[in-house]
Design a binder for this molecule. Sequence first.
Ligand SMILES: CC(C)(COP(=O)(O)OP(=O)(O)OC[C@H]1O[C@@H](n2cnc3c(N)ncnc32)[C@H](O)[C@@H]1OP(=O)(O)O)[C@@H](O)C(=O)NCCC(=O)NCCS
Ligand SMILES: CC(=O)OP(=O)(O)O
Length: 325
Amino acid sequence: MDLFESLEQKITGKNLSIVFPEGNDARILGAAVRLAAEGLIKPVLLGTTSEIAAVAEAKGLDISKLELRDPQTDAILPEMAQAFFERRNGKATEEQAQAMVKDPNYFGTMLVYMGKADGMVSGAVHSTADTVRPALQIIKTRPGVSRTSGAFIMQRGRDERYLFADNAINIDPDAQTLAETAVESAKTAKLFDIDPKVAMLSFSTKGSAKAPQVDKVIEATKLAHELAPDLALDGELQFDAAFVPTVAKLKAPDSKVAGYANVFIFPDLQSGNIGYKIAQRLGGFEAMGPILQGLNKPVSDLSRGANEEDVYKVAIITAAQNLIN
Ligand SMILES: CC(C)(COP(=O)(O)OP(=O)(O)OC[C@H]1O[C@@H](n2cnc3c(N)ncnc32)[C@H](O)[C@@H]1OP(=O)(O)O)[C@@H](O)C(=O)NCCC(=O)NCCS
Ligand SMILES: CC(=O)OP(=O)(O)O
């Protein structure tokens, strides 16, 4: 079955609502109208109603099925500011809380935190840092996960599909963060009908190079095995050893994962972010994400290079994350 047919089946009838803080962006508006018309999710768009209406009119879109909320004037603001103040627990004053919840990314994140929406999709206009920081501060990670990470589903054609992580969040992850990223990525992969075989990537395969950066991946592999003993996972592996069976036979002949990996864990954000964009722009893969993993509730960032179709797909993925979290 096609990936999106499968995800759509999973969310149909669940009446899940997704909040879009960038409500007056034409790509967001187009995707939201389509999602509502197809009855897949209930979109909640943030922004000034007149501005959203003007963009919709210019695009010829009917926004009658969308819920619009203005973070500057919404009646929930006092209750939200109090909930924010309590959640920040000494890290914001009451005055700061009242001001911060008017920011669309904070307002949207608070709707999710307060159970008024089932997920949030932002980042078509805002940077990753501005998009995800409210989620890190308010929604926070699930028990057992100390750091959230960002994954991409990489798809080419109908059936060729891999999961890459972390391509978005942790700049220089330590071994524990890498291990958690690997375990969370395997869970995310299952949502996309990938039977996970996880490769811990490096510039070294099984001791072929010596460096502190390699030691980190070796340690992360050990920790990941401890966290998830039944998971098919191996490292440290170069990408060719992880992916190409003939190379795997030469470089890692005893590995059950090498040559057949479909979940790739990058050792740092330089390699991860560069790696996914090369596969996307040179390799012809569609890159869906970044999907934030390990949070208590689903929040997704978008690349600022995203188009309307990307927004549509990331919203469906975000809604579907409710079913694994
Ligand atoms: C994600 C990112 C914005 C966090 O940076 P930051 O806001 O400066 O982080 P801080 O250390 O000030 O932490 C802010 C809060 O988030 C939490 N946090 C930070 N990183 C976290 C992570 N990976 N997982 C969970 N929580 C995290 C901190 O614990 C802190 O919480 P607190 O305020 O309740 O104590 C930063 O790591 C970043 O810029 N990453 C790269 C993003 C990027 O540009 N990617 C490329 C394009 S996709
Ligand atoms: C994920 C990512 O790289 O986002 P952006 O292109 O917006 O920096």
